[in-house]
Design a protein. Structure first.
Length: 337
């Protein structure tokens, strides 16, 4: 197991170098003129101001020199200074990331628990009403646009019925909890502030349902199809012939094999959720990485865009590494591959 993890860790520097190269190359080819966005038309037409601006941000150097400086600064944890907020990009990401993490964890819990249960129920009772429900959820989850579902649920459950609170992380009349982790629900519990916890938890419901709905559909479909395939294999028939109960055969033997492709889906879904679901965060005014990315892109804030892109890639790499470890835990044969 240790050698398996070590082999995966040795690949991380190569992946991160490639990621930094792609991030820098794509950002340098962004359409639009950041000089006009930051200096205005009059400032961008003044050669003296343009020269000073390029020298300040290192834009007067060649692309290879800019890339080497970018890698050197990134290795020190310096992602540059945002052209919009005039703060270090690393500080901006630290401010926005906890909101996205809290939203992503809630969305993944909403997607995984019902999705796995529905997939298992549909696979163990094929062609029944619950199997039809599982297939319907999978179909709707894969086909309903996120932004449309967000607007619909916000209009109905908040605007018309008033059952759930509207946009934001906490109500305007409630004070945010003292910052410890940046997760309002966790910080409220640490501070013993029950009212702030329930208020922030209720604000999580709508965006978590919207963000997790499509993932739940994918998980339901994956679990159902994987279990149907596994349940017809020889080792399952052997387990039944040995007199094992149906529950033991399902959860101890069939699910271990069916979970491998599901973990792949979950890892990709978690990476996508952590990267920041832009439509969901925009509709619900959720101050996460998605909103920061939109703000940076709209203002041609290249350090901000590059910071978000690099963070997104690192999150994907980390989640996929976790998925590789889970593969080895579930199926020991993978450790020696």
């Amino acid at each position: 197991m240790t050698q398996y993890i070590a082999r995966r860790l040795l690949l991380l520097p190569i992946i991160l170098i490639g990621l930094s190269l792609v991030t820098f190359t794509v950002s340098s080819q962004v359409p639009g003129n950041p000089l006009i966005a930051q200096l205005g038309v009059r400032g961008a037409s003044n050669p003296v101001i343009v020269k000073a601006y390029k020298h300040k941000w290192g834009l007067d150097k060649s692309l290879p020199q800019q890339y080497l400086a970018y890698v050197e600064n990134t290795a020190r944890g310096d992602l540059g200074r945002s052209l919009v907020s005039q703060r270090p990009v690393a500080d901006d990401l630290k401010q926005y990331l906890p909101a996205t993490i809290e939203l992503s964890i809630g969305a993944l819990l909403f997607a995984a628990i019902p999705g796995i249960l529905l997939g298992v129920a549909g696979a163990t009772r094929p062609h029944s009403w619950i199997d039809a429900l599982a297939r319907t959820v999978a179909l709707l989850g894969s086909s309903v646009p996120v932004f449309w579902l967000a607007l619909l649920m916000l209009y109905v459950l908040y605007g018309r019925l008033g059952w759930l609170p509207g946009p934001g992380r906490i109500s305007s009349y409630a004070a945010p909890p003292h910052h410890v982790t940046g997760l309002y629900t966790v910080d409220s519990l640490l501070a013993g502030n029950v009212s702030a916890f329930w208020d922030s938890a209720k604000h999580l419901i709508l965006p978590c349902v919207v963000l997790g709905w499509s993932v739940m559909g994918i998980i339901t479909r994956m679990i159902r199809s994987s279990l149907l395939e596994v349940m017809d294999m020889d080792f399952i028939r052997t387990a039944r012939a040995k007199g094992l109960t149906g529950r033991t055969v399902l959860w101890r033997h069939a699910m271990r094999n069916a979970l491998i492709p599901t973990i792949t889906v979950l890892s990709l879904a978690m990476g996508g959720l952590l990267a920041g679901a832009v439509p969901t965060e925009t509709v619900f005014s959720w101050p996460g990485i998605g909103q920061y990315a939109v703000l940076s892109a709209a203002n041609l804030d290249l350090p901000g865009v590059m910071g978000v892109t690099l963070l997104t890639g690192v999150l994907y790499v980390g989640v996929n590494l976790f998925a590789d470890v889970m593969y080895a835990i579930i199926d020991p044969r993978i450790r020696y591959s």
